[in-house]
Design a protein around this ligand. Structure first.
Ligand SMILES: Cc1cc2nc3c(=O)[nH]c(=O)nc-3n(C[C@H](O)[C@H](O)[C@H](O)COP(=O)(O)OP(=O)(O)OC[C@H]3O[C@@H](n4cnc5c(N)ncnc54)[C@H](O)[C@@H]3O)c2cc1C
Length: 395
């Protein structure tokens, strides 16, 4: 039986482990945490992410956990439209939002026979001609035909195999929260839901979660501010957010008022620069592949990080489906790298452009940004989202 070791039980590792196990691989999933747990936030799934999940697991019930995101357009903090709601619908690119607990539950339900080892922090990788690839935590070595590094932006596996790719700060910090339904303000109609609001170096997005979501009708919001991550306590950070976003159009203030410090998930936004020169490294009869944020961590402004991770998983699964360990599997490892490098590179480029636009600061830059968004709205946003969403699973 073909064997695989997957490092990291985030979304990328869970999706890949389940996909390989369903195709008959014997999979061991290694996770440094004591349990597999979703952060208490939500995720926007663009059509490419949804297609990838469906291709990985057609019975995963993905549409049932994802609620369509209403098209809320783009506004200025005073509520004036920069991009009215219709352009995204016109582009036919409607995303959906899922509570991460629901998404993790569905991914874990799809793991089948995968052996999960928690509390294992991988610190070393073996990869080279003549020997099966392996990873280890200093106590145990885990050897397999295929090693999948899905261990996030600080991946020690990537650092060993592609040291040129370093993790750098993107210049801003993000805060996410889900306000559960029973505590969320009742918000209706034309109140900026599903859209984003752009200020000078600040951004706020609010999306209602469906009734089926773990938040039970709650609201997901994500705020971004230029600068480094804040060292203060969650309560102080929440107070800062309320101050920074004071006076923004409804429902921004109401949502921040309804948020408790323990709802807050603060994060420094980081990315890989440059991307690794390759995502696949052959070793003996198989090799090591990089997947998800371990391969292409990027800022979140296009909401594509996890969607691309699901694309990675669907592509890998398809390429290794019939490959026997030996020349077939090593060829599949190389084909994975060839297939994923250009695709992720172009989405990362688009994301960086979008980041520069939405996080613009300074009077002149803001004026230029707002004018561009006004005039080029279908091209600018539609093109970026279209490019990112325009992907089909490999045959
Ligand atoms: C504010 C924000 C909003 C976002 N919104 C969206 C969105 O709407 N849509 C979207 O598609 N993407 C979004 N993203 C991006 C998305 O969250 C990431 O791309 C995604 O979480 C990456 O998943 P991953 O499994 O590759 O990595 P991770 O989530 O980092 O998971 C890595 C896993 O590996 C484990 N691990 C790490 N090191 C080791 C080790 N040495 N040994 C063993 N285990 C290890 C970790 O504990 C973890 O479980 C957003 C990101 C941010 C910051």
């Amino acid at each position: 039986m073909r064997t695989a070791v997957v490092v990291g039980a985030g979304m990328a590792g869970l999706a890949t482990s389940g996909a390989l196990a369903r195709d008959g691989w014997q999979v061991t999933l290694l996770e440094r945490g004591e349990r597999v747990a979703a952060p208490p936030t939500a995720l926007v799934l663009w059509p490419n992410g949804m297609r990838a999940l469906t291709s990985i697991d057609p019975d995963g019930g993905w549409p049932a956990i994802a609620t369509p995101v209403p098209d809320g357009g783009v506004r200025r903090p005073d509520g004036q439209w920069l991009v009215p709601p219709r352009s995204r619908a016109a582009a036919g690119n409607s995303p959906a939002v899922a509570h991460l607990e629901d998404l993790y539950d569905a991914l874990v339900a799809g793991l089948g026979d995968v052996q999960i080892r928690t509390g294992v922090t991988v610190s070393a990788v073996r990869c080279g001609p003549g020997r099966r690839p392996a990873v280890g935590d200093g106590r145990t070595e885990y050897e397999a035909d295929l090693v999948v590094a899905a261990d996030g932006i600080d991946s020690p596996v990537r650092r060993a195999l592609a040291p040129e790719a370093t993790s750098v700060g993107s210049g801003f910090a993000a805060w996410q929260a889900v306000i559960p339904g029973f505590r969320a303000p009742v918000l209706t109609g034309d109140r900026g839901f599903g859209g984003e609001t752009l200020g000078a170096g600040y951004r706020f997005v609010a999306i209602p979660l469906g009734e089926r979501a773990a938040g039970r009708g709650g609201v997901y919001w994500v705020a971004t501010a230029a600068g480094a991550a804040r060292p203060e306590s969650p309560a102080t950070q929440l107070a800062l957010l309320r101050r920074w976003f004071a006076g923004w159009h409804a429902p921004v203030g109401e949502l921040l008022a309804a948020t408790n410090p323990e709802d807050l998930v603060p994060q420094e936004v980081r990315e890989l620069r440059p991307l690794p020169r390759a995502y696949g490294f052959t070793s003996g009869p198989g090799g090591v592949v990089l997947l998800g944020d371990a391969a292409h961590a990027m800022p979140h402004h296009l909401g594509q990080g996890a969607c691309l991770a699901f694309e990675d998983a669907a592509t890998l699964r398809s390429l290794v489906a019939g490959a026997k360990p030996g020349p077939e599997l090593t060829a599949a490892v190389e084909a994975y790298s060839r297939a994923r490098r250009p695709r992720t590179n172009s989405v990362v480029r688009q994301t960086r452009r979008m980041s520069a636009v939405v996080q613009a600061r300074g009077r002149l830059a803001l004026r230029a940004r707002d004018a561009a968004l006004n005039q080029l709205r279908p091209r600018m946003l539609g093109h970026a989202h279209g490019l990112a969403s325009d992907w089909s699973p490999p045959e």
